[in-house]
Design a protein around this ligand. Structure first.
Ligand code: ADP
Ligand code: MG
Length: 324
């Protein structure tokens, strides 16, 4: 079995040519990087723990994609351009086939999301734990925050919602037997951070958040930070064909509103910028769907075809909360 330093050299050394912003990458005591002048750094860190965030039998390749996809999504939600990644890997054993598959996934995701691995930490521990810290840049005062929504703004969701929750269901059932199943599974395993959208929204949106806990829970976070309320029309939530085929409409809307881990963006736009959202949707070939409106007050009022609708809401997964 390889030792710590062989693992680092074999599986975490850079395969691509160093990015121009990296003066010194993996291999020294620190990485040396060059932040774009005049820009702010956006920094976020996320951890996946075996048995808490992923089941032991997930493939190493998918795990790498999921870790990077969900981390880079936080940069997208701030309107930040991805720059650098540091990666902490804790493993019970130095399993070389697992490491090789993880590296394959990592290389694919680094290339796709245009982010450079510049350092990390490798150690042993009782279960697999992966921590990704991502850094990106955003022009000063241009970052998309959760706090800018104003009464009258329209609330949008990108892409389609609920697919990832359906993918998780398929994993729990241990069966993906059709193209539809595979699509939903991929939406869970390899989320797509909406980086391009986040960059474009810097000049359009008043507030944004990425959907990790579920639309209503994450919109709730945005509303709290903005000190406003919202009305959401459930019938407008964007659903994929695959989800509508997989489950009935009630289940689909339940998952779309509370399911989580879609890593789409929920954002708010003032009336005078609405035409720009349509143009952006066409340019990115990505549905951007109005789902409600910001109002004064607090909390979310959800309606379905004009009637009040009470979702089986969870406030988002709380690691230290009461079991739900
Ligand atoms: P130190 O003991 O000085 O913290 P390490 O021995 O932990 O250094 O790491 C040696 C080098 O390898 C460092 O540049 C570190 O950033 C890098 N490194 C270690 N583990 C990883 C990893 N999982 N991914 C990327 N780089 C890593
Ligand atoms: Mg170290």
């Amino acid at each position: 079995m390889p030792g710590e330093f062989e693992i680092i050299t074999s599986y975490f050394a850079p395969s691509a040519k160093a990015a121009p912003t990296v003066a010194l990458g993996v291999g020294d005591d620190c990485a040396l990087v060059m932040p774009p002048s005049g820009e702010q750094l956006a920094i976020s860190i996320d951890t996946l723990v075996e048995g808490v965030h992923f089941l032991p039998d997930i493939s190493a390749e998918d795990l790498a994609w999921r870790l990077l996809g969900s981390s880079v999504s936080d940069l997208a939600a701030m309107g930040a351009e991805p720059l650098w990644l540091t990666l902490s890997v804790t493993l019970p054993r130095a399993d070389e086939s697992w490491l090789a598959a993880f590296r394959t996934g990592l290389d694919g995701a680094l290339e796709r999301y245009q982010i450079t691995l510049v350092g990390g930490d490798t150690c042993s521990g009782p279960v697999r734990v992966l921590t990704a810290q991502v850094q990106g840049s955003v022009p000063a005062e241009k970052a998309l925050r959760r706090s800018g929504a104003q009464p009258g703004d329209i609330i949008f969701a990108s892409g389609t919602l609920g697919d990832s929750r359906a993918g998780l269901e398929l994993i729990k059932r241990g069966a993906a037997q059709s193209e539809i199943h595979n699509y939903l599974l991929q939406r869970f395993l390899r989320p797509t951070p909406r980086t391009e959208l986040g960059l474009a929204l810097r000049d359009i949106a008043t507030a944004a958040i990425d959907i990790s806990d579920g639309l209503l829970a994450d919109l709730g976070h945005l509303l709290d930070r903005s000190s406003v309320g919202a009305e959401v029309e459930l019938e407008t939530l964007p659903l994929s064909q695959a989800l509508s085929t997989f489950v009935d409409q009630t289940q689909a809307r339940q998952w779309a509103s509370t399911g989580g881990e879609d890593f789409e963006l929920c954002f708010t736009v003032a009336e005078e910028h609405l035409a720009e959202v349509d143009k952006l949707s066409a340019r990115l070939d990505l549905p951007l769907t109005p789902i409600g409106r910001i109002v004064s007050g607090s909390g979310v009022y959800v309606s379905f075809n004009g009637e009040s609708w009470v979702p089986q809401i969870s406030a988002g997964f709380d690691h230290f909360g009461d079991p739900q």
